[in-house]
Design a protein around this ligand. Structure first.
Ligand code: PDD
Length: 283
């Protein structure tokens, strides 16, 4: 079952107009929320970011927090697997004609579904992943989780065609993020995270990582990170809601550190799993 505009229905029955602005212009925003043991992880934070993305594209939030929560709970309850990823999407809806400017009356298209959450293959964690780099050629509002992801798709495809799992993005000599993840650097024992601004998505997992670092006394800095610092890092990580945290062990075919997942990653991975378990079992 999926949710579309107030109704629950089979995916095969769900239909959206070809005049939908999400389809014509990529005019909409989305969220991806991990669910562990049928409990949405950091739900309030994801809904807050959805609100910020909607405000950023000047589209009214169609639901309050309680409504979103009830809708998500219903999707989660009726799904088969207990670990899931919930996808939410709101577009500016359909108009009678194709026109860049907003319709006078806006009827948003609200779509939500739950899919099984498949953890990354264990060897990605134990052996690490390879990444390529690319110039970040996206627009200047990467802080909005917009469905217009053409640049991200092209950038991620570049990784896949090079036999890699992610593309690390640099803009004007600085690290921004990955094609679909945030990126962290470890310099000797020090964790570095680029500061949130309009050039990167404020990741929910990113926040978890920094909280865990603070809670466990791992020294970290949030500041601009130079491309050279990434290339010379002792460790490089990618984070996202669906991949949690993974070690990047090569960039553009050159090893990062000694080309193996590093000790700081191993610690952070452990803290992350422990934290997840504690949250999920809190009741
Ligand atoms: N993407 N940056 C970009 C460009 C992303 O697309 C994502 C996640 C992140 C990480 O954010 P978070 O930790 O809140 O998941 C950073 C999701 C998973 C996706 O598009 O499927």
């Amino acid at each position: 079952m999926i949710y579309l505009n107030g109704e629950f229905m089979l995916l095969s029955e769900a239909k959206v107009s070809v005049m939908d602005r999400g389809f014509l212009f990529g005019d909409g925003v989305y969220e991806v929320i991990p669910v562990y043991s049928r409990r949405p992880f950091r739900l309030a934070e994801h809904l807050r970011r959805l609100g910020a993305s909607l405000a950023g594209i000047r589209l009214a939030n169609p639901h309050g927090e309680a409504e979103w929560t009830a809708l998500i709970e219903r999707l989660v309850d009726q799904a088969e697997s207990s670990d899931q990823q919930v996808y939410l999407q709101v577009t500016r809806g359909a108009d009678g004609k194709r026109n860049h400017a907003f319709p006078r009356v806006i009827r948003p298209t609200v779509f939500a579904m739950s899919e099984p959450l498949l953890p990354p293959p264990p060897e990605q964690r134990t052996q690490g992943i390879a990444a390529v780099s690319a110039a970040d050629n996206r627009w200047l509002r990467c802080d909005l989780k917009a469905v217009s992801l053409l640049a991200n798709c092209l950038l991620r495809q570049g990784a896949v065609e090079a036999g890699c799992a992610e593309t690390v993005l640099f803009r004007d000599g600085f690290l921004t993020e990955g094609a679909a993840s945030n990126i962290f650097v470890v310099q000797d024992g020090l964790l570095l995270a680029p500061q949130k601004n309009h050039l990167m998505l404020p990741g929910i997992t990113y926040d978890v990582i920094l909280e865990l670092a603070a809670g466990h006394g791992l020294e970290y800095r949030v500041r601009d990170v130079l491309e050279q610092e990434v290339r010379r890092a002792s460790e490089l990580w990618m984070t996202s809601s669906t991949k949690e945290v993974l070690p990047i062990v090569s960039l553009d075919q050159r090893p990062i550190g000694d080309g193996k997942p590093g000790p700081v990653f191993e610690e952070m991975y452990g803290w992350y799993q422990e934290f997840k378990q504690s949250v999920m079992h809190r009741g």
